[in-house]
Design a binder for this molecule. Sequence first.
Ligand code: WTA
Length: 642
Amino acid sequence: MSYPYQIKSLEQYHADYKRSVDDPAAFWSAIAEHFTWKKKWETTLNWNFTEPRVEWFKGAKLNITENCLDRHLEKSGDMPAMIWEPNDPDEHHRILTYRRLYEKVCQFSHVLKNNGVKKGDRVCIYMGMIPELAVAVLACARVGAIHSVVFGGFSAQSIADRLYDAQAEFIVTCDGAYRGQKDIPLKSVIDDALIGNRIVKRVIVATRTRTPVSMIKGRDVWWEEEINKVETMGLHDFPAEEMDADDPLFILYTSGSTGKPKGVVHTCAGYMLFTNYTFVNVFQYEPGDIFFCTADIGWITGHSYIIYGPLSAGATSLMFEGVPTYPDASRFWKIIDKFKVNILYTAPTAIRSLMGFGLGPVHGHDLSSLKVLGTVGEPINEEAWHWYDEHIGKKRCPIVDTWWQTETGGILISNIAGITPSKPSYATLPMPGVQPILVDESGKEIEGNSVSGNLCIKAPWPSTIKTTYGDHERCRTNYFATYPNLYFTGDGALRDENGFYRITGRVDDVLNVSGHRIGTAEVENAINMHASVVESAVVGYPHDIKGQGIYAFVIYQGSHAQNTHGTADLIRKDIHQTVTRIIGAIAKPDKIQFVSGLPKTRSGKIMRRILRKIAEGETENLGDTSTLLDPGVVEEIKNGKL
Ligand code: WTA
């Protein structure tokens, strides 16, 4: 057997699950024995959800990169760790063996050190999907710095907020990034983010698009020149920093229902264990398999299942720079054919968008290497599930529907490929160590089957969120205070007659647009920055491809129809510009309806429930509107629906 803790039968799943719940410490410490430690732990688990305080493997010392790189060198040094497929299919792909990746990480660790990066420092990484991004992430982990990767689609303002929140002194970026037909000037966005910033000391710039960049003396250096210095000195190794089990590994900002994005913190030992365990089990990875996760490393899926999970398992991880529809909608299928991909892990939104192109792009590509398919990020509708099953998996590949969150670090609820049953649009059963429960509004547990409620987890798993950076109280109030002694996910779920879970979507004010999390409050704040916007309310509505679209109701100063600033369409474009500047293009509303008022209670609270219904196309049953300050406004909004 390749991984001693790989679940190989349904009976074993049930037995392992039981053991994991009966004695979590014994269960996880046995698995931890299969990793490389500089010093073993004294206690496996201490926890208390009220503070919250969750400590795994206290007393242990390790470096996650020794588990991702060094320990594979002897046996698998020549095995591909990473295959990189560029945006443009005419450009040559790259293959980094474990040895090569190790060397590159060690060299860049020297570069970080030479530029003043020390253990515990925050390094913001804003790069396109090139191997150097993975190298930068791993080098941070090797020197003990805390990486904070920011997705390339976020604006200068978003980066500035994240830099400030993390008090980051270092940035690693690229001149630009290719994404489909676009050429995104990353360094120039960073330059904008740095206006007025007095904290950042060094920006390391890797070349990719060689778009003109302004390099500032004393602050900006080229990646390649820094690497050259290290190479000239003949440095190929870098001693991995000794980290405590619970030292922060990274910060990843994610949207919540209120305020600015929060910096979710994960720590070294538990995160390593759980991403590895779930990777090996959910996908039933076998050594030599080619694993293709289509996510961007700027999101948690990329962190956990392009980098840490696969590499800690000695796997081959395929990293793709482009988008599914460039140069055409056959891109994924061409890549699968070209590299004989065995496992494909993608998002429902990508499947739905590719479905829209019909079967033409699928035909003529050999997909017979595929063994397992996976989805993540949002509920998958049955139609998309069946299309994926029939036309991509040819009905012989199990589909794993993996439910998890930035805060959970790794997959919590999912079927295990070919081992536990699947059911279209159901994430099904919890992973060992994960104890989901459903509760009602008052926090009372809803027992039995064929029920629905708010999804909570009642005990820690190894990659439980550690804190929200710089504000532990926010972590407590957001996740551990809604229901005493429970981690609240923010998702609603139902449990069918067999005890299988189906995640139905967020029950808070968080939207899931194309699998990207966006808070309604965040979008409203951005819209409200527009000088002529008086007030706005943002809700989600069902969108065929994106899952959810963003619908904004906006009160515009004066009458938008006869405004000196131009037509309603022009004003909509102005608002788009504002949102793009404040958050990034991913948060642009799909629909903007101008209204003269918003439905509010007498205490001034916006009744989003009503707006949500209108945005969904409901006109009749809007529920009780008698508590509204001005019920008349509802008629107007209904009549003006886009
Ligand atoms: C949603 C992504 C249904 C859910 C890994 C969750 C899902 C949010 C699924 C987290 C799934 C993720 N089925 N919904 N299989 N996976 N979600 O933090 O609403 O970007 O709370 O993490 O995505 O999004 P995040």
